[in-house]
Ligand binder design. Structure first.
Ligand code: SAH
Ligand code: SF4
Ligand code: F3S
Length: 477
């Protein structure tokens, strides 16, 4: 579910991805005499969404957010532990923040999120200038931890909860375009993929009350938002008191308003049901796009990864998506190269899976051993780094070619696009996304952010479409 920062739809290498995973808060609340909080988020969308909860908790404790780190009384890094380089980045950042702290000794620094949960109090020993360590389930306790730290006592809370969903906390939308928003529907993960640190950093899976989810979506729509992305590590196992499953939740959110687009991430191949696929088909405003991480195209490796499905099962789910939603449904993947004992032939199975499925895009990583995981305990990390990288580069090349081919097929078609804002490259252009999640750039004409328009696709690269507006889409109500 890789944060994949929601709107970065190109093929990402590890390095690219790490680069776009860091987003700073750019919202400046009128601060008056409030204390100032600077939050920087790393990792997946869930972490970015959590930072919005943290900002809300801290606002109630008298802190306004600032986008200027030099100006902050309190600095939070909301961290990721998924791969070693994600943690390395945070350590480098902490080194830099240390200089700020030396210049402004009263500044407090907190490490939040998955790396905090993984390293716990050890972080305080390793990183001397860290004052607060808070795991992902302890954010309600932050005001107390900050107060303690202010009086010279380091504050640590890494308690993992079986109930916490922050359902009652209204997030403060950070770095928002005012059009698209993330809505967390569950927390934690009960799967035990052998390579993955998430079950250890986020704890047991729990689902959020569906009515609080629908209310949040309705409030967003009322405030002008036109797209919500429902977030969970494995959305298909969403369950509320044996009465609402993910398909039903999707339906409830889709009914908030026909002009509110609904996206979701991440689906799990073992759990995605035909009921979910039929619900997507039934509602025009549920986007025809599924992120379905594969991790490998080889059944022996999938077994070692403890993914609980094999290649045939995965391909069966892809066939169901194509059968029920047609070829227009966008599909993306996550893949890992160089997992323990992976042979060249097994790597080729992953490549052939890409060729068979013809994914629209994908997020690809080389395996990074994480301490404490099943794989770290049971298997040697025996594929040399250069082999992992070579396999990764080979895979990225194949996906680039396929992405370009898939995008070219859209040239000449007219797509419904939600305008998300001005293009990063040119103020004359807007940027938005088509139903299948692909980014499209087009001249702005007389439209505005949040409008739906019909765009004729005229050109593309592997990562982006270009086009021109041919008609406005009438609002439903
Ligand atoms: N819940 C999602 C994935 C969350 S982590 C799912 O089940 O698919 C996001 C992605 O990071 C994973 O899909 C995987 O491709 C990658 N990843 C996780 N652990 C990794 C590791 N140890 N090394 C390399 N990539 C990893
Ligand atoms: Fe990690 Fe697997 Fe859970 Fe995804 S489903 S978060 S890869 S353990
Ligand atoms: Fe997300 Fe990274 Fe944690 S991917 S769940 S922030 S380990």
């Amino acid at each position: 579910m890789e944060q994949r920062v929601a709107n970065s739809l190109k093929i990402l290498t590890d390095a690219d991805k790490e680069a776009c995973e860091t987003v700073r808060i750019s919202e400046n609340e009128p601060a008056s005499n409030k204390k100032r909080l600077f939050i920087e988020s790393y990792g997946c969308q869930m972490n970015f969404s959590d930072s919005e909860i943290v900002a809300s908790v801290m606002r109630d404790a008298g802190y306004a957010t600032t986008s200027d780190v030099e100006d902050a009384d309190l600095i939070f890094l909301n961290t990721c532990a998924i791969r070693d380089n994600a943690e390395q980045k945070v350590r480098n950042r902490l080194m830099h923040l240390n200089f700020i702290k030396k210049r402004k000794p009263g500044t407090l620094i907190g490490v939040l999120g998955c790396m905090a949960e993984r390293l716990k109090a050890q972080l305080l020993e390793e990183e001397k200038m860290v004052d607060i360590v808070s795991g992902p389930d302890a954010y309600r306790d932050l005001p107390r931890l900050v107060m303690e730290a202010g009086s010279g006592q380091k504050g640590v809370n890494v308690f993992l909860s079986r109930e916490e969903t922050y359902a009652d906390i209204a997030p403060i939308r950070l770095n928002s375009n005012g059009v698209t928003a993330m809505v967390s529907i569950m927390r934690g993960c009960d799967n035990m993929c052998s390579f993955c640190v998430v079950p250890f950093t986020r704890g047991r899976e729990r689902s959020r009350n569906p009515f609080s989810i629908v209310k949040e979506a309705a409030d967003l729509f009322r405030d002008g938002y036109r797209e919500v992305t429902l977030l969970g590590q494995n959305v298909d196992s969403y369950k509320w008191e044996n009465s609402v499953n993910f398909a039903q939740l999707l339906e409830m959110v889709a009914q908030v308003h026909p002009d509110l687009r609904v996206r979701f991430s991440t689906s799990h191949p073992k759990d995605i049901t035909d009921e979910v696929l039929y619900t997507i088909k039934k509602y025009d405003n549920i986007c025809k796009y599924i992120h379905l991480p594969a991790q490998s195209g080889n059944s022996r490796i999938l077994d070692l990864m403890n993914r609980t499905y094999d290649r045939e099962w995965y391909l069966g789910r892809i066939d169901s998506i194509r059968r029920i939603l047609g070829d227009e449904c966008g599909i993306s993947h996550d893949m890992i190269t160089g997992f323990c004992t992976e042979t060249e032939e097994e790597h080729q199975d992953s490549i052939s899976l890409l060729e068979y499925v013809q994914f629209d895009f994908g997020y690809m990583f080389s395996y990074s051993e994480r301490p404490g995981t099943l794989a770290a305990k049971k298997f040697a990390d025996d594929i040399p780094a250069d082999v992992k990288q070579r396999r990764l580069a080979e895979m990225i090349d194949v996906q680039q070619r396929i992405s370009l081919e898939r995008n070219k097929r859209l040239i000449g078609t007219v797509q419904k696009v939600l305008i998300e804002g001005t293009s990063k490259r040119s103020a004359e252009d807007f940027s938005g996304r088509i139903d299948q999640g692909k980014k499209v750039i087009f001249p702005r004409e007389n439209f505005k952010k949040g409008d739906y328009v019909h765009v004729l696709i005229t050109e593309c690269t592997a990562a982006t479409l270009r086009g021109k507006i041919v008609a406005e889409v009438e609002a439903v109500l």
